[in-house]
Design a protein around this ligand. Structure first.
Ligand code: SF4
Ligand code: SF4
Length: 123
């Protein structure tokens, strides 16, 4: 599925506010972003951030910890465990090459989701 299509699917109203924050923080510094701020990955090269957005948000919202390791563990269980890039022994070449937007920018993704959560709680 083309990246733009994947991203449009991720843009359901329920998750839009989270996606906007993630785009600002993570895509804003991603080397694969296009000049206009959209994702510049080529066709057939997907990023787990938009394609697994609901699972990512749900996993991060369930973690209450100051340790990034706890968020990494939650993402590995909720996303990496069923990602086709990971082999049966838990290895992922894209993770090792820093070629996965989700994994590479996870601290920024966590910040974005926690920021939105905090804003929603204040309403
Ligand atoms: S983080 Fe993922 S969705 Fe965002 S620009 Fe980079 S590759 Fe594309
Ligand atoms: S780190 Fe690897 S297994 Fe995990 S989401 Fe990214 S590409 Fe998939």
């Amino acid at each position: 599925m083309h990246q733009e299509v994947v991203m449009s699917l991720a843009h359901s109203a329920q998750y839009q506010v989270y996606w906007d924050a993630i785009q600002r923080r993570a895509c804003g510094v991603c080397l694969d972003a296009a000049d206009d701020g959209s994702c510049g990955l080529p066709i057939r090269h997907t990023c787990a951030l938009p394609s697994e957005l609901p699972a990512i948000i749900e996993a991060i919202l369930q973690v209450k910890s100051d340790r990034m390791d706890d968020y990494v563990t939650a993402i590995e269980a909720a996303v990496c465990a069923r990602c086709p890039e990971q082999d049966g022994e838990g290895r992922c070449g894209r993770r090792d090459r820093a070629d996965c937007g989700l994994y590479t920018y996870l601290p920024l993704v966590v910040d974005a989701i926690e920021e939105v959560k905090g804003g929603l709680a204040c309403r």
